[in-house]
Write a protein that binds this ligand. Structure first.
Ligand code: BGC
Length: 747
């Protein structure tokens, strides 16, 4: 695979978009793609480091910036925005996980400067980032290089004029071969140790400055005209919870300096090469789709936390949109990719939810319910982090009330859904005994207490917000009710399985204190859960939705800006919906609907959906593909894949849309390739876009690694690593795939 992405424009606004799409990360550190030579508000993100903030409870911390570099040549500061820029080019290489930059400029005093850099955030060494750069000029003179650790960073907040500082500097230090900053978050929960060193090949004069902005080493070097000078900047960003962290960080800095850039880069390339062996998707006949999809996969992988104190944030490590909070985006949109391709990583993210089960139980109690209620937005401690009020003006007089915190309850069922999905893919008995069963039981308990009995309707769920957030305080949202039912039935099924199996599964039942009568009640509620009216086959999104003012939109557009103002103002009183809702339920619980009903619902809702959320198109794309709406499915698939590359939602600078990224992969897997797990069997019923000559990728299933190739004429499945025979159903043909064998089905 050879994938690189080139970008050639320069302006501070565009640079912010590049900042997101050229972010490099390794599941611990995230460094945005803005050029190192210009100032920026973005520092470093360290996954899992959160701090208290007004209105949003806790947010991911904008940690000190280490990637920055200042240059002065013969007294002239070399900012690219203050001289004549002759060439500006950036290249993201997703195969190697590196970012290159080329700059050529003529300074105001007429000096030509050539600058070239290569940066990586090391794949195998989680605390390490590197910047190698070259400098050349057409005049001789003195080059001054300033290598800072910039502690003067703050998070952008709900108001542009208010910045929130999260880092308290404990110590700035330096030695012959390092500069160092030790910082703590304001709440004292986390410590960060940051060390850096610039290593030139030449003899230089070195001094260090400390200021309110932090600490910097300053190197002065006499340069000749037209000679290339090369430097390597080593960076350590560590947040380990050990007593001698500073010493450890400095030791690691010395160690990597000793190894040198080339060795470290070779290790890093090896890491990505191993990753791509599993993650890569090959699409023959559509290079554009292939490139874009792998680009999204690259960003998903970079964002996945290495430990389970936090899960994947909605906007990744790429920006401060949604404050690093974890939503249902993770479970429903991103995790299916990880479950299928990197199940061990997916497991960690599920363990994160289990770790926060106590917080979810407290949350339920606080709201008057039983069991575990997961927060709509979650952070490092598992408590509810959704703001309930956001001030629009500086004085906080005009406040926007956010109800998702109190009403968007489907997240709890979404988490159970994905626990079951994980088990179906992995058969991970141990995980279920230790974590999964408890999540399913405690969430079923929640729904049993959340649901009310209505004499006429049966069991109802009042006052919620479904995935379509335009309509608040609604009763019996189709998605929520159906997912709650599914959650309760999972409780029943897994309870029965646990009794049958005994051992650690039965121990979990006892530990959680699940009683037979309780489970019977879950079953009764599930059977009698009310669903809103169905007219002409179309399910009403919630009670009363069909009575709202009708309004339709062009299904090819995105967002609300295209709507007349009077409609925008009263959007919640119209039938317009923000994103897939009924269709999302029909996607996730596909087996409960026949294709005719799905089609009726799709046709009805598609012209009433604004797709204002990037979570909308992936689901519509998958279902469109099932329905044979090939053009629409392909169009939506490409829009998911291009969400950030083309800044389709206008807010790419705030971070990567990881739900759209994971969604794009699901369009391939569940939509175009029609892969589904039913019991022990993998069903494959492909509907490839007609220009695709073939698609090839791998996934893991219950300990086996399967390689699959689909062309318009055949499906080939290889059982590469497994020890087990796998049951397949390829377009209705049932087959057994033995270890180290392959099956070809032609049609
Ligand atoms: C969407 C939610 C989503 C959130 C974070 C909102 O705009 O409506 O479904 O979870 O963004 O991506």
């Amino acid at each position: 695979m050879k994938f690189s992405f080139q970008f050639r424009e320069y302006s501070p606004k565009i640079e912010e978009i590049y900042g997101t799409i050229l972010t490099l990360g390794n599941g611990h550190i995230g460094i945005r793609g803005e050029i190192e030579l210009e100032p920026t508000v973005y520092g470093t993100t360290v996954i899992g480091i959160y701090d208290y903030t007004p209105y949003f409870y806790r947010e991911i911390v904008n940690a000190p910036r280490v990637i920055g570099l200042d240059m002065i040549f013969n007294g002239e500061p070399i900012n690219i925005s203050t001289h004549k820029l002759l060439k500006y080019e950036k290249e993201l290489d997703i195969e190697k996980g590196s970012l290159k930059t080329w700059v050529e400029l003529e300074t105001n005093k007429g000096t030509r400067i050539y600058y070239e850099s290569l940066r990586i955030v090391h794949g195998k060494r989680k605390n390490v980032a590197l910047l190698k750069f070259k400098f050349k000029t057409d005049k001789k003179g003195v080059l001054t290089l300033i290598n800072p650790i910039d502690i003067d960073v703050a998070n952008p907040s709900y108001r542009p004029e208010i910045l929130v500082k999260h880092c308290d500097v404990e110590e700035l230090d330096f030695g012959e071969d390092f500069i160092y900053a030790g910082v703590k978050t304001i709440d004292r929960k986390y410590t960060l140790d940051i060390a850096s060193s610039l290593l030139p090949n030449e003899k230089v004069d070195r001094s260090v400055i400390k200021s309110a902005k932090g600490i910097a080493e300053v190197l002065s070097i006499e340069v000749e005209a037209n000679r290339v000078y090369e430097f390597v900047k080593y960076m350590i960003i560590s947040s380990e919870k050990v007593p001698d962290l500073k010493d450890k960080a400095l030791k690691e800095l010395r160690e990597v300096k000793k190894l040198g850039f080339n060795k470290l880069f070779a290790e890093h390339k090896e890491y990505w090469s191993e990753i791509w062996k599993k993650a890569k998707v090959e699409i023959y006949g559509d290079e554009e789709a292939e490139k874009c999809l792998n680009f999204n996969i690259f960003h998903l992988i970079q964002s996945l936390p290495r430990d389970s104190n936090i899960s994947l944030a909605a906007r990744g490590i790429h920006g401060f949109g949604y404050r690093g909070h974890v939503f249902w985006d993770t479970e429903i949109y991103a995790l299916p990719f990880f479950i299928a391709v990197f199940p061990e990583d997916a497991k960690r993210m599920l363990i994160y939810r289990h770790k926060n089960l106590e917080a979810a139980k407290k949350n339920a109690k606080l709201n008057g319910y039983e069991g575990a209620q997961f927060p709509w937005e979650s952070v490092d401690d598992g408590y509810e982090a959704t703001p309930s009020l956001i001030p629009l003006d500086m004085m906080g007089k005009e406040l926007v009330r956010i109800y998702t915190r109190e009403e968007e309850h489907h997240i709890t069922a979404d988490i159970s859904y994905i626990v079951d999905f994980y088990y179906k893919f992995t058969n991970d008995e141990d995980f279920m005994a230790k974590y999964g069963l408890e999540i399913i039981f405690e969430t079923a308990r929640f729904w049993a207490s959340r649901i009310e009995f209505d004499e006429k309707k049966g069991y109802v769920i009042k006052k919620v917000i479904g995935p379509d957030e335009y309509h608040e305080h609604v009763d019996n949202n189709f998605f929520t009710n159906l997912m709650a039912k599914h959650n309760l039935l999972l409780g029943v099924t897994y309870y029965k399985k646990a009794l049958k199996r005994g051992g650690t599964w039965k121990d979990t039942v006892d530990r959680v204190g699940i009683r037979e009568e309780e489970v019977q009640k879950w079953n009764e509620i599930a059977k009698k859960i009310y669903l809103p009216r169905q007219i002409d086959g179309v399910f009403e999104e919630f009670d009363g939705y069909f009575d709202l003012e009708d309004y339709s939109v062009d299904p090819h557009g995105i967002g609300e800006a295209r709507l007349p103002e009077e409609i925008r103002k009263k959007i919640g009183k119209t039938k317009l919906i923000k994103q897939a809702d009924v269709i999302a339920a029909q996607y996730l619980l596909k087996d409960q609907f026949d294709i005719k009903t799905i089609k009726k619902n799709f046709d009805y809702y598609i012209v009433r959906t604004t797709h204002a959320s990037s979570l909308s198109m992936p689901i519509y794309a998958i279902v469109a593909s099932w329905l044979g709406y090939e053009d629409l499915a392909y169009e939506y698939f490409m829009k998911c894949a291009y969400a950030d590359l083309k800044n389709l939602y206008g807010n790419t600078h705030d971070g990567f849309h990881l739900a759209a990224a994971g969604g794009a992969w699901q369009v391939l897997f569940r939509g175009f390739c029609g892969i589904d797990i039913e019991g022990n069997c993998i069903k494959i019923a492909p509907r490839l876009p007609s220009k695709w000559k073939a698609v090839k990728f791998g996934f893991s299933f219950r300990g086996a690694w399967l390689e699959i190739k689909i062309t318009p004429k055949e499906v080939v499945v290889k059982n590469v690593e497994g020890k087990k025979t796998i049951k397949l159903d390829i377009l209705g043909k049932e087959l057994l795939l033995r270890p180290n064998e392959q099956i070809v089905v032609s049609f």
